[in-house]
Design a protein around this ligand. Structure first.
Ligand code: UDP
Ligand code: MG
Length: 321
């Protein structure tokens, strides 16, 4: 049947969860009422090792509503890993999964459209932000830079789509086959290739609490995205190397010509400059190659991405058997 699960990664979201839960349970109730989704549909909150009372709040929701389940990770593993934990767990209990952040920045009412598009045969439905009026200038600027950079690196991602999306069980099963540890869901999901659609909505500002993405986390996400999905930086370095080699050949010809015609060869300034320049280029290249070697190192270890401490859903299986 059409059993829906809404997966919500939460890290220190005690201030937002009350609002979020009210909205989400409302949407699920409406969808059930319109008979678009199964009665047994549910919400799965993934507590990503929060240090505040997030888990207690989730457990309270659970006591109050049969719709709510919790998944507690043993420690903070980051948004992408928490989301993956939720998706791969929910996959075993639902026919379709919608992932959404805990801060209500994404419009929950478009879930109805998402489900409609799923019912029409789409396996993946991307939530795409129409405008970013409520984002700070800084967020807009960094986001634009991010998408431009991705384009330059020839990485296929959906413009202005974050991790608000619907995925069918089939798409999730395919996603589970991607075994890499350096996770970047926005890059992986378009690679799955099942029928997809998009819905658009206006992005709001956070309902409560603060963004958990600092500049450092954002930069590391962009860097992850690029180095996990593209060897374009290596190509660019190669091109640069080629251009430099060609230029130095021309310079050598000129120097030789000057030598023959008896003119004085340029002084040490240019020599020193070129040594520094080549040294810089070499360091950069070595650093980049090192990045990829580092990734190979991490992937080869195949460490588990997360450890589940409590899984409320396990109870369902026990009850059934
Ligand atoms: N989040 C998480 N683990 C982390 C950081 C964030 O599970 O280490 C969750 C967070 O609770 C939220 C979502 O990921 O539900 C997106 O984070 P946030 O809203 O802070 O990011 P932004 O919208 O500012 O990019
Ligand atoms: Mg947010």
């Amino acid at each position: 049947m059409n059993k829906l699960c809404i997966v919500v990664p939460c890290y220190n979201e005690e201030q937002a969860l009350l609002y979020t839960n009210a909205e989400l349970t409302g949407v699920v109730a409406r969808l059930v009422k319109s008979e678009k989704i199964d009665k047994s549909s549910f919400i799965l909150y993934v507590d990503d090792g929060s240090e505040d009372s997030t888990w207690n709040i989730i457990e309270n929701f659970r006591k109050q509503s049969p719709l709510v389940f919790g998944l507690k990770l043993a420690r903070n593993t980051g948004h992408q890993n928490a989301l993956t934990a939720g998706l791969l767990t929910a996959m075993n209990y639902a026919d379709m999964v919608i992932s959404i952040d805990a801060d209500l920045q994404d419009d929950v009412s478009v879930m109805v459209e998402m489900v409609d598009l799923y019912l029409q045969g789409n396996d993946i439905v991307y939530g795409v932000r129409k405008k970013r009026d409520t984002d700070t200038f800084f967020k807009k600027f960094t986001a634009l830079g991010f998408y431009r950079l991705m384009q330059l690196m020839k990485i296929q991602i959906v413009y202005n789509h974050a991790d608000y999306r619907l995925m069918s069980k089939r798409a999730l099963m395919q996603f589970s086959l991607y075994k890499e540890r350096n996770l970047f869901l926005r890059g992986i999901v378009p690679l799955i290739g099942y029928p997809s659609a998009t819905v658009t909505y206006d992005r709001k500002s956070r309902v409560a609490g603060e963004s958990k993405y600092s500049l450092g986390k954002m930069l590391s996400m962009a860097f992850e995205g690029i180095t996990s999905f593209s060897i374009q930086p290596i190509r660019m370095i190669t091109d640069l190397g080629l251009i430099i080699v060609l230029c130095s050949i021309c310079a050598a010809v000129y120097a030789f010509y000057s030598f023959i015609t008896g003119r004085v060869v340029a002084g040490w300034t240019s020599t020193i400059l070129s040594i520094w320049f080549i040294g810089g280029v070499q360091l950069l290249s070595v650093g980049l190659i090192g990045t990829y070697v580092g990734k190979i190192y991490v992937e080869v270890k195949e460490r588990p991405r997360y450890a589940i401490e409590v899984n409320d859903l396990a109870e369902i299986k026990h009850e059934e058997s």
